[in-house]
Design a protein around this ligand. Structure first.
Ligand code: FRU
Length: 491
């Protein structure tokens, strides 16, 4: 019973049982959003990778389907993507358009221990329910590069060809194809750009409009970087904004600029859904809500890991430059228990007073707008009890938003887990807007309409349901505050 398992997320995607990492093969086809995922079906730690599978019509409620792909004589099934082959460019289908999966197969070079990563394809003519391996797999190898994986494919209309972005050690390589079977290297990106604090993995390349000037579009290259044992942050995701001409991507920022997609510790290997036929070329993103630093040790029981909330990606022209913004998908509004929502307006908060003293909640959404006033620091203590709290605070003088999960609950399973981390956040016309989603084992924070995002796992006791709105060193104004208890997707 998913309702009662300790730490089981109630509105985030989790595998029914056993291990999960990266989201894979996300595609929209015939009214269904598909979510495949890196899966070890025989254990709660990473192992021989399969693709698990689920479908949804709203990105929130998921139907679990049988395992889609399992290791074969070309190796385990690592991360990859799926496209709709609308015109049967692959020749793999007879009439109707079908789905083609492009993914990494991982094994070892014969007579050596050296890992070998090659790209294979598989196809499905029954809406992703069953998959056939292409007979001439693998379709793309590169003996010089050991870490050669996670192909993400899309159709580039202007050039009339398929484009693959793929992680190749310390860079992304871009390949092009007419038929999804035969691939030619067109360019490389990134060996000297952005962060190289870990091996590059799971790239994505998407075109996005700038909010408010829909005719201006730019391209965004998303790149996850693996865990560096010497850095506390572990695995995380960066992005670049620039141009793409069908063959090469150019970064608009200086090469040493590093832009993080998420300032929490638990949003990794995320990419976007392909083939959404929305009027504005909508791009929805989901990430794996864990971190290679401690992913194998998190204190769940029958399953391990969840996905982040699905988010719509857009660009915003900010004073610092064009930046990615993330909006939790609007389907989440359906989860609000509107009859139980609590609202406040125009409240002054002062030290020693807790506006939320009598509130108890475990899974909920908060939307608030603050004027920091004279306070040195203010914020929320969530999933609170006598000995547990997750703090989301703002240090006004330093303009730093932080999450402190040191005492958030079970945290001792790994040295790197208990931590506080911060991100600079500027006020907008003297105000800060904050939206927070709290589930049984996570907290996701969207600041100033999605401009800054923090996603973190927490493992509080089920009885830690208190809330506090605190202020230190002065008084703050809560211009508005709404707390919406949320329904479980298993209700
Ligand atoms: C990222 C990753 C990918 C790889 C997969 C293996 O988390 O390391 O690069 O394909 O996980 O499970």
């Amino acid at each position: 019973d998913y309702r009662n398992e300790k730490y089981r997320p109630q509105f985030h995607f989790t595998p029914p049982a056993n291990w999960m990492n990266d989201p894979n093969g996300m595609v929209y086809f015939e009214g269904e959003y598909h979510l495949f995922y890196q899966h070890h079906p025989h254990g709660t730690t990473w192992g021989p990778m399969h693709w698990g599978h689920a479908v949804s019509t709203d990105l929130i409620h998921w139907e679990h389907l049988p395992i889609a792909m399992k290791p074969d004589n070309n190796g385990a099934i690592f991360s990859g993507s799926i496209v709709v082959d609308w015109t049967n460019s692959s020749g793999l289908f007879s009439e109707e358009p079908g789905l083609v999966a492009i993914f990494t197969q991982a094994d070892q070079y014969p007579d050596s221990d050296r890992p070998r990563q090659r790209q294979s394809i598989a196809y499905s003519s029954d809406r992703g329910r069953t998959w056939s391996m292409y007979e001439n797999n693998p379709v793309l190898s590169n003996e010089e590069i050991t870490d050669f994986r996670d192909p993400k494919v899309f159709w580039h209309e202007q050039s009339s060809h398929w484009v693959m972005v793929i992680a190749a050690g310390d860079r992304v390589q871009i390949y092009v194809s007419q038929d999804l079977k035969s691939w030619t290297c067109a360019s490389e990106f990134g060996a000297k750009e952005g962060s190289h604090d870990g091996v590059w993995e799971c790239p994505d390349l998407i075109e996005l409009p700038i909010e408010g000037q829909e005719e201006t579009r730019k391209w965004v290259m998303i790149v996850s970087i693996g865990d560096d044992p010497n850095l506390a942050e572990g695995s995380r995701t960066q992005y670049f904004v620039g141009q793409f001409d069908g063959k090469s991507f150019t970064n608009e920022a200086s090469s040493d600029t590093v832009l993080w997609l998420d300032y929490g510790r638990d949003n990794y290997a995320g990419v976007t859904w392909s083939d959404i036929q929305g009027p504005n070329n909508e791009k929805y993103f989901i990430g794996w809500m864990s971190n290679w630093k401690y992913a194998n040790q998190t204190p769940t029981s029958t399953w391990r890991s969840a996905m982040t909330l699905p988010r719509q990606l857009l660009l915003r022209d900010t004073s610092a430059g064009v930046r990615l913004v993330q909006h939790p998908v609007k389907e989440l509004l359906e989860l609000r228990r509107n009859d139980e929502s609590l609202r406040w307006e125009g409240q002054t908060i002062h030290p020693g007073y807790n506006l939320l003293e009598n509130v108890k909640a475990d899974i909920y959404e908060i939307i608030a707008e603050f004027d920091p006033g004279t306070a040195e620091e203010f914020g929320f203590k969530l999933r609170l009890s006598d000995n547990e709290e997750t703090i989301v605070g703002y240090r006004a003088a330093d303009r730093l938003l932080f999450v402190d999960r040191c005492h958030s609950g079970e945290a001792a399973f790994h040295d790197a887990f208990p931590c506080s981390h911060e991100v600079p956040v500027e006020l907008k016309e003297g105000r800060m807007k904050i939206q927070i989603f709290v589930d049984q084992s996570s907290i996701e924070i969207f600041v100033n309409d999605g401009e800054t995002v923090i996603s973190d796992q927490i493992f509080p006791d089920t009885a830690s349901t208190g809330l506090e709105l605190y202020v230190q060193g002065g008084e703050s104004n809560v211009l508005s505050l709404a707390l919406h208890p949320l329904k479980s997707i298993y209700a």
